[in-house]
Design a protein around this ligand. Structure first.
Ligand SMILES: [Zn+2]
Length: 157
């Protein structure tokens, strides 16, 4: 089976939502049920043509089934393998399939904006604070522009 059918998706969704009630609060954002489900859907979309997606999808589904039998609440140790798989699947989707994680571009652009802002703030205005403020504003605007464009092209995970 290369892609998930609707029944399997529904089963996983229910299982992940049940898992979410057992995930401790300090667990990472990457384990939020909506995000996990979006990643699974993307892997499923590509798994017809991409072997890595097929493997990652199977691995994630296996991990989720495994956790479903785990303790309540789940320990961070139990969640670590899922976290690792999620990280790997997300970087594959980003690198190979050019997908973006919502908010991530903004984060990157703001970081770039900050460092450029510092340099140009000092060089042009002799004022690091002004440069930083402009850098953050520009970074945030460029980042949300990237997100909007990716959403339009259906490239957001
Ligand atoms: Zn792939």
């Amino acid at each position: 089976m290369s892609t998930m059918n609707v029944k399997e998706q529904k089963r996983l969704q229910a299982e992940i939502e049940e898992l979410a009630t057992r995930i401790p609060r300090k667990a990472s954002n990457a384990l939020q049920p909506d995000f996990v489900i979006r990643v699974l859907k993307r892997l499923s979309e590509f798994s017809g043509e991409c072997e890595t997606c097929r493997e990652e999808l199977q691995g994630l589904v296996g991990q989720i089934d495994e956790l479903a039998k785990g303790s309540d609440p789940l320990s961070l140790g139990e969640l670590r393998p899922l976290q690792k798989r999620m990280d790997r699947a997300v970087s594959h989707l980003q690198n190979r399939h050019k997908l973006l994680v919502q908010g991530q571009s903004q984060y990157i652009y703001i970081a770039v904006g900050l460092s450029l802002g510092l340099v140009f703030g000092l060089a042009l205005f002799d004022n690091a604070g002004l440069g930083l403020a402009i850098g953050v504003a520009l970074g945030a605007a460029l980042g949300s522009g990237q997100d909007a464009k990716a959403k339009k092209d259906d490239r957001l995970i």
